[in-house]
Design a protein around this ligand. Structure first.
Ligand code: BGC
Length: 458
């Protein structure tokens, strides 16, 4: 598909021609009703938590897949819309057939004028997924200009139109999964460093892209930016936590981004880490050995995404909000422990009591045994804006063997069930399900397992 490059996005959130009508009873009525009216534009105002008092967009495309796979119990749940390529904006990409404007049309219709959240993921940085292969993208490491002019600007154009016309529409933008975290742990002389991540750190295009994304889309007061912050088993160690917070704050403080354009962070997106581990804590000692020293925790300061997410959100400049992706971190089913493990050793204690059943916290691809997590909900606990299903359950994380494709996706052995691992998961088995299609494509067997192991159960 060919497209022409639009001019750089220059539009302000309050176009001058509308500025005169920002106050008055008519404007307030329009805001209340969510009416799109050029004559009576309502003042756009950010609320603290966009999910509060709002319904959330149900993507009919995902619903249809879920329904067709026997998932009628969950087919009406909201899931994220991933803009994972330039083609996805207009709906021309292999994984996404519906364009952004069409999604937003449906969202406005579902909203019926009431406060309403539309969740999108912007995921197309140059040199994307630098530490893995399964979600490599279409833009080369140096193609930052294309990222700006062919990806972010056209999205801003469309989002701006709907955001301005529909003041009650709250657009949640989950910004670039894994990108800033990769610059922290997979660079320099670390054992986990990759040449690709070192290149991205050196050329600065992740930082520049995230700043441009946040700054450009954040021009609209009803766009809420949440920057992806990995998960507890990635940035939880204090040697990663503070450097990551510093990097986030540097990017947030670099124009066009600014703290007032950041609603918070998102954690566990497309990952499997649990919300909490109720049967042990890092401060406990078993037989003279700290839980922190167990193989599973490996000296981490955290054991779960709630504590990690809240602390990281507090450390990052901006709105301090937190979204936790609970689409696949339920870990229900027969193997879910109901109490602590035996105190025979610190490892048996932790392994016998943990909710997260993965082989290693670094495993991320199509994890066997996982279940759907908490259903999407607003303000589930203090400081948490929402539990959300950002990764649509049933969509693959990567193919279990090489599958040629035109999406730029590579074959990552972490998605191969026979793979014995690498330094990123300290040479453990991948824990992946077999028979998976390339990332983003429907993976029927995984969907069935996610439903069977849902927690809370369906
Ligand atoms: C893929 C995207 C996909 C998303 C949601 C990612 O892993 O790279 O192409 O849209 O998952 O399923």
């Amino acid at each position: 598909m060919s497209r022409t490059t639009p001019p750089p996005h220059r539009r302000r959130r309050r176009p001058a021609m509308l500025a005169g009508a920002l106050v008055g009873a008519a404007a307030i009525t329009a805001a209340t009703l969510g009416l799109a009216s050029a004559e009576d534009p309502a003042p756009l105002q950010r609320v603290e938590n966009p999910y509060e008092g709002a319904d959330v967009y149900v993507n009919p495309d995902w619903s249809a897949n879920a329904e067709a796979s026997g998932g009628s119990a969950i087919a009406d749940q909201p899931t994220g819309v991933w803009l994972d390529s330039i083609g996805a904006i207009t709906g021309g990409s292999a994984g996404n057939s519906t364009g952004l404007a069409e999604h937003l049309d449906r969202a406005v219709e579902q909203a019926g004028g009431e406060p309403f959240v539309f969740q999108m993921v912007t995921y197309n940085l140059p040199g994307r997924d630098c530490s893995a292969l399964a979600s490599n993208g279409e833009l080369g490491p140096e193609e930052i200009d294309r990222y700006k002019t062919e990806f972010i600007d056209p999205i801003a154009e469309i989002v701006g139109e709907y955001a301005t016309a529909n003041p009650n529409l709250r657009i949640v933008n989950i910004v670039e999964i894994d990108s800033l975290p990769n610059l922290i742990t997979n660079t320099g002389s670390a054992e986990t460093a990759t040449p690709e991540c070192n290149e991205m750190l050196a050329n600065g295009n992740y930082q520049e892209g995230v700043s441009y994304n946040v700054g450009t889309l954040g021009e609209y007061e009803n766009v809420y930016n949440y920057i992806d912050a990995g998960h507890w088993g990635w940035l939880g160690w204090d040697t990663n936590f503070q450097p990551a917070a510093d990097l986030f704050n540097e990017v947030i403080g670099t124009a066009p981004a600014s703290p007032d354009k950041v609603a918070g962070i998102a954690v566990n997106v497309a990952n499997y880490g649990s919300l909490e581990e109720p049967h042990f804590s890092v401060d406990e000692t078993i037989g003279g050995t700290q839980v922190r020293e167990s193989e599973w925790i490996d000296w981490n300061q955290y054991t779960n995404n709630t504590d990690f997410g809240l602390d990281f959100a507090a450390a990052v400049d901006g709105g301090h909000g937190l979204i936790i992706d609970t689409s696949r971190n339920g870990w229900g089913g027969p193997d879910r422990p109901s109490g602590p493990g035996p105190e025979t050793s610190v490892d048996e204690y932790v392994n016998g009591g943990r909710i997260d059943q993965r082989i290693h916290t670094g495993n991320w691809c199509n994890q066997a045994g996982a279940g759907l997590g908490e259903r999407p909900q607003a303000s589930p606990a203090s400081g948490i804006h929402a539990y959300a299903w950002i990764k649509p359950p049933g969509e693959s994380d990567g193919s279990s063997e090489e599958i040629p494709n035109d999406e730029g996706k590579g074959f990552d052995r972490m998605c191969d069930p026979t793979y014995e691992g690498n330094p990123l998961n300290q040479n453990h088995m991948s824990g992946a399900l077999g028979g998976a299609p390339i990332s983003g494509h429907w993976f029927e067997a995984q969907f069935q397992e996610l439903m069977a192991n849902a927690y809370p159960p369906l």
